[in-house]
Design a protein around this ligand. Structure first.
Ligand code: EPU
Length: 420
């Protein structure tokens, strides 16, 4: 197993380019199942979850080409299987986004139920409620959900909570359904809007993506597309925080301010200078950092996927920061590891109180999920001495060579073999 070893203390400087968005790429790759033919996707990030999705599409019978770098070509004319097996779904919950497209186009899907994961229970009841409202027969047995429908029909579906992949699954299903679908309380995340953009290029008739109310007029058939995926706002945010905590001066290229308003507002509140420059954001942190209070919310609120990284920022600030996690019930696994490195953090239910600044010292730490791993890498950048982050496959699931990008900015980061 690989580890990442970091010697803390370097101030990051230079320029870095953000890769394509993981959470946009996953449903977009799955959307290829809605048509027959060869779709070409560009700016696809090289990361573990994308490889899992490519493997899943291959298992379903699609032909996948991943050359040249950054391009994925999916030929769905040979799809002959509708099952997403346990082994793949357990490595990546987002595999569930094949459920809508398979049901809509093939009239049938069998997808392993994802079950809980490190950050919470994460049920898919909203996905199933929507497909049932669109006329799918749903059966849960042997750890799998099976859907059947001759042709889905349009429906009005009100989500009980904002769900990103739930909105995406139903938007894809409705694109090929018979008639009009309304999705109320839909997720407004940029990745949902991006998926709608791709579906509309394929011939779908979707309006309102990016708002709480999405309407879809189903069509008989969709066609393959060529599309370049938007930059990853969470990778961008992670790099912005990396520059801030190391008191660096970094130009984060290829990121969109409109996707990062909440994150940038909190960085500025912390005393970090963030300015748009050359299709990206320049971040400079000279003065002492100030404490920030954060409550995670669906977009356009502060993203849960940036909570762990901001906790590291809070350990560098002078005073008390309060971080509240409202989306997932168990997303504080990085806390005990940050405490071992010297952070003063107190957890009370879904609230965390961080008092800073405290001296962090390097340690062997272990990541249990993607964003937690990223926060441990950030902590390693500012800790005194050597930090060894283990189980780095979590980081590689969601970041396109983060260690390499940090090294190019001057960080002392390398990979090593060994450890659990
Ligand atoms: N929920 C339900 N029932 C459902 C669906 C969701 O109760 O049927 C609950 C969840 O348990 C959670 C909340 O609703 O408490 C929001 O979950 P959501 O469905 O929005 O999460 P997701 O679609 O599974 C996506 C991202 C996550 C990101 C969340 C929230 C992808 C592939 N994943 O997950 O990304 O944290 O939205 O923004 O888009 C990550 O990249 O590290 C990551 C975890």
């Amino acid at each position: 197993m690989q580890n990442i070893v970091i010697k803390g203390g370097a101030r990051l400087s230079g320029e870095v380019r953000v890769s394509g968005s993981k959470n946009a790429a996953l449903p977009i790759l799955a959307s290829s199942l809605l048509c027959s033919g060869r779709s070409i996707y560009r700016n696809v990030p090289a990361l573990g979850d994308v490889r899992t999705m490519q493997r899943l599409l291959g298992d379903l019978g699609a032909k996948i080409t991943t050359r040249p770098a950054g391009t994925t070509i999916v030929d769905t004319s040979t799809v002959d299987n509708v099952e997403a097996p346990y082994d793949l779904v357990k490595t990546m919950r987002a595999s569930v986004v094949v459920l809508g497209p398979l049901t809509a186009r093939h009239g049938r899907a069998r997808v392993s139920l994802p079950g809980g994961c490190a950050i919470g229970a994460r049920p898919i009841d909203q996905h199933l409620k929507g497909l049932a409202a669109m006329g799918a027969k749903i059966e849960l047995a042997h750890g799998y959900v099976t859907t059947r429908a001759r042709r889905l029909h349009g429906a009005t579906i009100a989500f009980d909570m904002v769900t990103v992949t739930g909105t995406e699954n139903l938007m894809m299903a409705a694109a090929l359904a018979d008639g009009h679908t309304t999705l109320e309380n839909a997720a407004r995340e940029p990745e949902v809007e991006e998926l709608a953009r791709v579906l509309n290029k394929m011939g779908a008739r979707i309006r309102g993506a990016g708002t709480h109310l999405i309407t879809i007029d189903g069509v008989e058939e969709l066609h393959p597309v060529e599309h370049a995926i938007i930059p990853d706002r969470i990778e961008a945010g992670t790099l912005l925080v990396a520059a801030a905590v190391t008191r660096g001066n970094v130009l984060v290229r290829d990121c969109l301010l409109e996707h990062l308003e909440a994150v940038v507002a909190k960085l500025r509140a912390a005393g970090v200078d963030v300015t748009p420059e050359d299709g990206g954001l320049r971040v400079r942190a000279k003065a002492d950092l100030k404490p920030v209070d954060i409550s995670t919310q669906p977009f356009p609120g502060f993203p849960t996927d940036m909570q762990a990284q901001f906790m590291v920022l809070a350990t560098r600030a002078k005073g008390q920061s309060v971080l509240i996690e409202t989306i997932f019930e168990n997303r504080f696994m990085h806390v005990p590891e940050l405490q071992r490195m010297g952070a003063d953090i107190q957890v009370e239910g879904r609230t965390v109180i961080v008092r800073g600044p405290t001296k962090l010292t390097g340690a062997q730490v272990m990541a249990t999920d993607l964003r937690a791993s990223a926060s441990l890498v950030l902590a390693g950048l500012v800790a005194e001495g050597k930090t060894e982050v283990r189980r780095i496959y979590h980081l590689d699931r969601g970041y396109d060579r983060l260690d390499k990008k940090l090294r190019a900015l001057g960080a002392d980061v390398r990979r090593s073999k060994g450890g659990l």
